[in-house]
Design a protein around this ligand. Sequence first.
Ligand code: HDE
Length: 706
Amino acid sequence: MAGKANTQKPAVHENGAAQSNDAKSNDLERNRVKPQGEALRTNQGVKIADNQNTLRAGPRGPSLLEDFIMREKITHFDHERIPERIVHARGSAAHGVFKVYESMREYTKAAFLQDPATETPVYVRFSTVQGPRGSADTVRDVRGFATKFYTQEGNFDLVGNNMPVFFIQDAIKFPDFVHAVKPEAPNEMPTGGSAHDTFWDFVSLVPESAHMVLWTMSDRAIPRSFRTMEGFGVHTFRFVNAEGKARFVKFHWRPVLGSYSLLWDEAQKLAGKDPDFHRRDLWEAIERGDYPEYELGVQIVEEADEHKFDFDLLDPTKLIPEELVPLKIIGKMTLNRNPDNFFAETEQAAFHPGHIVPGIDFTNDPLLQGRLFSYTDTQISRLGGPNFHEIPINRPVCASVNNQRDAMHRQAIHVGQASYEPNSLNDGWPKETDPAAEDGGFDSYQERVESTKIRVRSDSFADHFSQAALFYNSMSQPEKDHIAAAYLFELGKVTKPEIRARQVNEILANFDAGLAAKVAEGLGLPAPKQGTARLVGPKASPALSLLNRVKPGIKTRKIALLAAPGSDAAAIKQLQEALKGEGATPMLIAPTLAGIDDLAPDATIAGLPSVMFDAVIVVGGEKGAKALAQSGDARHFVLEAFKHLKAIAALGAGRDLLTAAQLPAQSDGVATGEDSQSADVLKAFINAAGQHRVWSRAAQAESVPA
Ligand code: HDE
């Protein structure tokens, strides 16, 4: 029996009831422990006199069990680790805010999407999927893009990926898929990658994976930065407005700086040179004040149009081409604060696609339906019980009072006799809230469902290849080349010839004969027969090519100024200023940390090699240039930058380094000039760097060793 509905504003309690926009900050502030001025104490509050020596029987005698200080410290240490996430174990996160550009009232009653003046705190965690917590950032993998919106009506988690589709159509296949992609059981190899037998065995037997595997073989799987990576909610959700009208919705995140990827050679090298490459990039950008920004876009489909497509909106292996349903940009998220403590915030953050608020609802996507079970379940073992919502990073900014009680690690101290409802002992509180009221209670969208209980995949999920063809056809030539190279790399690492052949003949040949033939040739296989799959729908969607996602300018690009003692310090200062003026991050890199006149290099060439930069300028000045030309590291630096299609400038005597590295005399994206302070060279360089890569140099770069 339901109690009397509460039409008042939700009850407010002391733990997390703040209603202001910095509610989350304040909430976290209450839990911040600052050691300044504090005495060292035990967990029971006893001041510690000696933190260096165990209590022992005599200076050379055995340690005593009695030492409660040592025992407490070591016991706590012994339990410092919690289970890492089964998937998405490797990640980093940041705080920020979200604001809608204009009211979305027409489409949804979600409070945080009503008013451009409302600033909603967010916490966003980016991740890889396959590797453990300590694995490298730049592996070929899907990236998680999980956002927790701390709205005034409770938490809304948009737990998405950087690709708009998924490998499987039904949640029951998820453990199989994850077992296949994770390091193999006998030897726990490989770490962080999918280039191994079990992954390709599984996906070659599961044609529904064709589309997503193609995405993971594309440049999307090796992003340049979390800051320049798109995000997608993947599933079709629902928006529901105050009148109860529902529409289908797909969520997208679009980075304001545009989207860019690494090259595979770069990604592999970075995995060794800086396994924290993405983590560091995000952290440093926020510390610098270059706050990452992402626009939220939605594709909205009227209920009446549900069956208008060549695919099923409930099928998570399909995207809605933007040319069919344009993206409506509705707001912006800005990440503006790094966490204080990785474990307390990022590791303990518990995302869940089932965390939704009034105005947003689910669909029957069978993958989403399974996720709705999985995410709470996994937190119970990862975070040690069902009270993980009380961990500061997970707490909503509004009240969360109910009659749930007890369980491991309970923080709230519930006051009063009644922990049930209805009750009279507490005047019936806490009470339900009428959905029709202002700040109404959550009311599930009423969808008519009447059918046979059945274990079956809908026929409307049967087309596995049309959208793979759509994606491949939408790629530019360099992107197509990268895809072929990625299949070759990965399948080349598969030890069982029959698995390689199956992927080529049963999967690739069904969506693109040219790609299949190219990969077959590389693998030494006979050219496959044309696939039998019938391909339907649009042939291409230009919005899918990353080359169409380049935004002009060099804002936040990392640019190496290569110099040595004797380089032209005045020119360096002028370059630093000019590049900073464009919003870029110039860094002075030299063979050693010895000063260049009054300038201190930021790092050595060996410490920050070319793969850590977007572009490079070799500074002028006879003596410095001579030292660079004689340095193997410096020659390698420019060779690699050339090979990785980065913009290069060489000023004055700095040109000698290009000659010493035996780079071609003329090349696209290489600006040179006699003068060590040339405005024209700088302009040409900035133009080239703004393109991110000099694709027209690709053929020339192929012959350059690096
Ligand atoms: Fe997840 N997924 N997933 N997933 N997922 C987890 O939850 C799961 C799926 C995604 O930064 C786990 O807290 C199932 C799709 C992200 O903390 C786990 C299925 C998409 C993150 C889990 C899927 C995702 C996770 C592991 C198929 C994109 C990291 C730890 C039915 C839309 C969130 C955890 C973070 C994490 C289960 C499929 C995205 C085990 C059963 C599709 C971004 O609960």
